[in-house]
Design a protein around this ligand. Sequence first.
Ligand SMILES: [Zn+2]
Ligand SMILES: [Zn+2]
Length: 417
Amino acid sequence: MGGLLFRKMSEWASMVAVLLVIGAGFVPVLAAGLSPVSSMNTGDLEKCLLFTIGVHVEPLGLVAGKGPGYNDQRLFELHVQDLRLLAGMVERHGGTLVVQAQTPFTRVAASSGERVLSDLQTRGHEIALHFHEDAHLGRNPESQAASTWAKTMTEEISFLRLAGATKIRYWSGGNLYPGILDAASAAGLDVMSDYKNPHSQETSLLVLGVNPWRPSDGPSGDDLTAFSEHSPNGRIIYLPDGSYDPEGFAAKQTIIRKGGMEAYFHFLEESLARSLRDAQPDRVNVFHVTIHPGEFTGDPEKPYAILDSFLSRNVDPLAASGSIRWATFSQMADAYTQWEETHCNVNPHSTDASGGSSSAVSDKVEWDSPRGSVPSNVRPSEGFSGQCFCTVRALEIGCVLGCCDCGACSLALPGTD
Ligand SMILES: [Zn+2]
Ligand SMILES: [Zn+2]
């Protein structure tokens, strides 16, 4: 299995080339070569997926009963080292991170003179806010006024600034609070992502997919109806995670426990493939993965070897062909704003590029379709004889012509799953 999985990149690239010839509808075809996101025009966006790696720095040490966390200098320095290693590795792939931090990490960085956040920002990575409301607003944060949330978020942003970050636009967190959009806007933020219920770890098909939108209102507990609806006047741009299977998304820890990190990266590969398939021409399409410092164990010298391999095998070839472009969350939001300027009447949830409006739900793939059946709302890739479900991983193991979601690949190649 290892030999197949770690097939040389050149072989992988040639397989992609084969697929480009066979099924132009599956892997987006663009002029070869990367160009900076800042120079994109809407024509460049056709079937291109903007990609990044988000990093959550959790409030370790703030939640009662969980130890000293980042107040223990050794843990703090270990995770600083982790961030530097990760950034260096991602830079070798031509990529950028979005590091989302909060106190006590930021407070310790500021008081100890640790410049990791400003260093990373200088090197092109985005620094942003990861806001755990329970850690910063106490029990039952949803009962607090939006002005209290805004004040606390502003305080958290001030610690990011004290630690050397200067451009803070993005946050993750506050996912159950109806006033989150107002609070964040008052704190000077305008880009959000990473919705999941903090209690159940579950997300929803309403907020998955690849096309950003402006939520018409905040989430109301579990009710995401208004949040998932687009309002042209919305002040916040929401960047969905991508076309993840919501069950797998919520089951990350179970997947890792049962199959190790390899199984989780298999899930990420499938999610990337689904996102590529769902990318629409004439839309801004986004996808990201989220990781945490200290999450990767194994060889302490190379904790990110598995992520490095994921990027080499899946992202680098697609970036070289133009199907993927690295972009920070702010760059994704700017690309979306730019798209809006030339698509005034187009609902970003619609599948009709002429501007027809449809609900977020009807555009989503029904992931719970039984294995072997084709979800009714999936459009077959043109020119691919109706066999449209090959995943990136399946490409790698040689199943170019198989219909992977129906099990043909795993049947043809026993032992590879
Ligand atoms: Zn997290
Ligand atoms: Zn978190």
